[in-house]
Design a protein around this ligand. Structure first.
Ligand SMILES: [Zn+2]
Length: 621
């Protein structure tokens, strides 16, 4: 069979913050599709990455006290990679727009369209929204404000390079008219009417303010961040997988993707992307997610609390892809308890423990199958291709719901067959029931692999099957792949049920007044200012640094988890706050005598220093 190529992308994300549940959702959708295509035997390239050349980066770096923008970008990139690791995302590529390979692509591209005569210099006066990082037209405004950012755009007059987008109006119109290009169709109509309204030439440069990719023909300017960002889809896969088979984008960034992007590609002779899947926004408990409301959901927190699989299960099952959806932790818990634990986990556990305890852990020889057995096997055979169709049609949620329906039928089959009864009265019948049930467990592992990558692998291991579930073929889910006599591993529960109070208790404790302490309590702490004389890495530890600190002539050794946040050079010479009377502890065979005070948030760790220089040993109170 000919292997087909499948190149899928997420948008590249801004590094002004760490990922929230909305970014996680987009990336998880891409992950499910990528994993399914791999099981189909396709040559998959799944790309995600970061848009680092944005003015938002400059702003965020300043807010966090970074003078060196690249250092800030590096640190944020590490944070983003970490989140995708925690969420078990299977991306093949990770592109950062500050990488040389990307800068080179942008310069080459700009030069190409420039040499083609598709770029001209012109004076421009317009309304620039800093949130969008784009000039807005009259129709983008509501009461004079950007409809997305609710801010009055700045009037900007500058000399810019323009791309002759209008030249490609006819071709772009034809492209977006194709019903297979933009999904869902409501988004296609929206794009269509925008393109029909007439495409204007687009400014593709901005004055160089020290951050961004210089325009190759005129370094006093930088390449406009959108022109730059869109090219990640080519630089991130070294052009090898182009054209993209699927760009997943949010509804807010559809316009640039379906006008400027095809225009740029047409100008340079590249093929156009095959498909765009446009998703909506996530609200949280019915409210818009925002920092000021304090309801921004951290996907790492959720994964650590419930498992990455549970988060993925909820998002794919409950959010209708293409529309706006609502995130609710309460519903997540309900799904985890009622479906993952009670239906799926329960089925798999009861089948495997029965085989383990009653058949010496070996898949029994079935003998003759009866009607009920055959019905379940047929159901497996019809479910797997149907789930595949749903995923192919970009409706992975429907596929997941079918898998749960199959597991539900499995539970009913097990109950109706009453193996605990038949093992005494008709052992051959019992053997048939467990043989069929075991096939179902194996099939479920394969079907769940795109959705629940770690739980499906754990089922695979429990079945003691060779290799990884992620190396199997999707079609093999319909085969009875467990031979009689095959020895399974020791069964382990798959999902743990959570007490229904989990959520409410969690919320309550957050709102409780913190424990109060007296001045006397506080005076027990001997906090002093010391100066860092040395900071050295500790072999075999990625996180820890060994600090040598001078406090009134006394040298203290303190081991602190700063290695991922500070370099030695940054630390040496700093005046820091140290708790001197901490009980010493051994860390990596080093005696740590005290504790350094630091603040921590999603952006990382920031150590406490003094506002003005003070004498070493000064007391903090
Ligand atoms: Zn805006």
């Amino acid at each position: 069979m000919q292997m087909s190529k499948f190149y899928i992308t997420t948008p590249i994300y801004y590094i002004n913050d760490v990922p929230h549940i909305g970014h996680a959702y987009t990336t998880i959708v891409a992950d499910v599709l990528a994993r399914w295509h791999r099981l189909m035997g396709d040559d998959v390239f799944f790309l995600t990455g970061l848009d680092e050349n944005s003015a938002k980066t400059v702003q965020a770096a300043k807010e966090r006290g970074f003078e060196d923008m690249q250092k800030y970008a590096d640190r944020m990139a590490e944070n983003w990679r970490k989140v995708w690791r925690v969420l078990n995302i299977s991306n093949d590529g990770f592109i950062r727009t500050t990488e040389d390979r990307h800068k080179k692509t942008v310069k080459d591209f700009f030069t190409k369209i420039y040499e083609k005569g598709d770029v001209y210099k012109g004076e421009y006066e317009g309304r620039y929204c800093e949130g969008c990082e784009a000039f807005l037209t009259e129709s983008d405004l509501v009461d004079g404000k950007c409809s997305l950012h609710k801010k009055v755009p700045k009037i900007v007059k500058e000399e810019n390079y323009f791309f002759k987008l209008s030249k490609y109006q006819g071709k772009i119109l034809k492209y977006v008219k194709n019903p297979s290009v933009i999904l869902p169709s409501s988004r296609r109509s929206e794009t269509l009417s925008f393109v029909k309204g007439g495409l204007r030439d687009t400014s593709i440069s901005r004055p160089n303010a020290g951050w961004g990719i210089p325009v190759p023909v005129d370094p006093k300017n930088v390449v406009w961040v959108w022109f730059d960002a869109l090219l990640n889809y080519i630089s991130g896969a070294d052009g090898r997988y182009w054209p993209a088979d699927l760009h997943i984008v949010g509804k807010d960034i559809l316009r640039f993707h379906c006008t400027l992007w095809p225009g740029m590609l047409l100008s340079t002779g590249y093929e156009l992307p095959k498909k765009f899947l446009v998703h909506g926004f996530l609200t949280v408990d019915g409210q818009k997610m925002s920092k000021s409301l304090g309801n921004v959901i951290d996907p790492v927190y959720l994964s650590e609390k419930y498992s990455a699989d549970a988060v993925k299960y909820f998002l794919i099952r409950d959010i209708p892809l293409g529309e706006d959806g609502d995130f609710s932790e309460r519903v997540l818990i309900t799904r985890l308890n009622d479906e993952l634990a009670d239906i799926l986990g329960n089925l798999i556990h009861r089948v495997l423990t029965f085989i383990y305890s009653k058949f010496n852990g070996k898949v029994p020889k079935p003998g003759e199958l009866d009607k009920r057995d055959r019905e379940l096997l047929h159901l497996i055979e019809s479910t797997s291709p149907s789930v595949g169709n749903h995923i192919e049609e970009l409706n992975p949620g429907a596929g997941l719901r079918e898998i749960i329906k199959l597991a539900k039928s499995g539970n009913k089959y097990f109950n109706d067959s009453q193996p605990w009864q038949s093992i005494k009265e008709d052992p051959k019948r019992c053997a048939a029931t467990l043989y069929v049930s075991a096939q179902l467990v194996r099939s479920l592992a394969i079907m769940l692999a795109p959705y629940l990558p770690s739980a499906s692998e754990r089922i695979w291991v429990s079945l003691n099957l060779p290799g990884s579930v992620h190396e199997q073929r999707w079609d093999s889910a319909i085969e009875p792949g467990l031979k009689p006599g095959h020895k399974i591993g020791e069964p382990e529960p798959l999902f743990e049920k959570l007490p229904s109070k989990t959520l409410t208790e969690g919320k309550k404790s957050k709102n409780q007044a913190p424990n109060t302490i007296t001045e006397q309590d506080f005076s027990k702490l001997d906090i002093r200012i010391g100066k860092i004389l040395g900071a050295e890495p500790i072999p075999k530890s990625k996180k820890l640094l060994k600090l040598s600190i001078d406090v009134v002539g006394e040298h203290r050794t303190i081991v602190a988890g700063l290695a991922e946040h500070y370099s030695s050079e940054e630390l040496v010479g700093k005046q820091v706050a140290v708790v001197l009377n901490m009980k010493p502890v051994q860390l990596m065979s080093i005696k740590s005598e005290g504790m350094l005070l630091a603040a921590e948030d999603k952006g990382g760790i920031s150590i406490l220093t003094v506002d003005k220089p003070v004498k070493s040993g000064a007391k903090v109170r």
